[in-house]
Design a protein around this ligand. Sequence first.
Ligand code: G6P
Length: 590
Amino acid sequence: MCGIVGCFAESGCYEKLMAALVNLEYRGYDSAGVALAGEKGIAVRKKKGAVRNLFGQPLAGTAGIGHTRWATHGKPSDENAHPHTAGKFALVHNGIIENYAALRAELSARGETFSSETDSEVIVKLIAALYSGDFFAAVAAACARLKGSYAVAVLCADHPREIVCAAYKSPLVAGAGKGAVYVCSDVPALFGAVSYVCPAEDGEFLHVCGSEIVFRRADGTPVPKVFCRTEEEGGARRQGGGSYMEAEIAQIPQGISRTLACLRGCDFAPAARVLRAAGRVFTAACGTAHHAALAFGHLLSQEARIPVLCEAASEFRYGDPLIGAGDVLVAVSQSGETADTLEAVRLAKQRGAFVIAVCNAPLSTLSRLADLLLQTCAGAEVAVAATKSYNCQLLCLYYLAAQAVFFKTTRFPAWFFALEGAARACGQALESAAAAERLARRLQGARAMYFIGRGADRFTAAEGALKVREIAYVFAESCPAGELKHGTLALVEEGFPVFAVATARALLQKTVNSLAEARARGARPVLFTQYGAEAAGCGAELFPPLPSLPEPLMPLVSVIPLQWFACHFCLLRGFDPDRPRNLAKSVTVE
Ligand code: G6P
């Protein structure tokens, strides 16, 4: 959700900025821009569309800022692209300024004119208006007037070797590498360029002065910080001209192995103790992470007989949840920066609950806010639609559920030991790629489809439908298989694809019955199960059998053919799976 970057380098600053911006593009690709402070003032280049539109003659200067935009205020256009400028200043911003209309009116009354429709432009106008020679003081004074969320990086023509940055409820990290220092929205964008990173806390400022980075409070006093070592682990490499999404799905087994190794080293006692004693367990997450949380809630309540309430984080935060001291919130997020999830966590903490985070980014805000972090080690995920992080979230959550069962009953559930074979089973499930592609080819013309399942399979179905909507732009809806006949079935007509996931033997026939009801109305049913032989002759197309794991663990593998299907469906329809329209990864605004 908008990426910002700043860089100081004695040589090659422009190239370094551009490299970081390319890496940051998953946060938004509506427009991009850079500004460098040089001898002759600040030079700006910004354009609607992808970062590659900025490629050209390097801009001169040793300090620069860059931006990749996911539009909130104002359509994607050259004018609305960042950096925004005023007087001697240029600024990039991620976040939303909630009082921008009042500030804009105030500045307009003083004769300021605006060249964009963005909320961000008021910040730079405000800085210029408050400037009387002290660059840092002007940025701090302007930030004091802002309401909402922001990470900003600012250049000043009078101080061409400095960048002043501020962060409040939007992520910002400092990074130090060979020959360059950076500020950036996200650590993964700096992989390879820096060896040490340090995140800013809410309300802190980062002052880049030449190759030095100082964290400061608003009054300018320095804040001592410890930088930690960072190195890329498990990031996907695209094969040939392939997409990140394909590479990331192919990486699921490695992610599972790494996550499992990490979980084995975890002390679960505190988490399991609070879970066992918890009055209530809540989960809060968004999108794909919410589907993982739903599967966890189902498993935990089934196996540990603990009541679990799963909410979309955007609902949790405004729903006045019943959470309080003695309760546990499990927050799930790949990025650890999703605004709704973070607000849910802050609310739970305010009310005295214990927060367990399942997160792929150990330096993220969520990881730092949580009382306990379970790290998914999926490796950096670049494609906007989550895939490998989902499988790793499920693994972490299942491991946690097994620990809760152990602490409650002094016995691990039998399926716990089968987690050791999860990576291998995921590897087998990857072999469904060709079958998924053939299926996508046959259904290429479909304009809508349903995904159904019972028990935990309904969450896999929901994830499959989300993937299709996100990247293939085909209307895809999921519902519990038994609910199909209570309304949704009305839309089924000749040739309408209905995908069913059925991995629980006890419910197989019930799901097959639901498919038969759909088929009787002309639907084209496809069944995903490991019990193909038992479903033979049911009238549905049988997808090649899923690899077999104990039933509670099946969501780890049953989602893989659906991830492949969505990916191939998207490619066949001529779209880029990595950059779905209208979306962005790391949704740092509400
Ligand atoms: C966005 C992405 C989804 C992701 C969701 C939650 O909407 O497009 O793929 O599942 O955010 O992100 P998180 O980083 O919190 O897991």
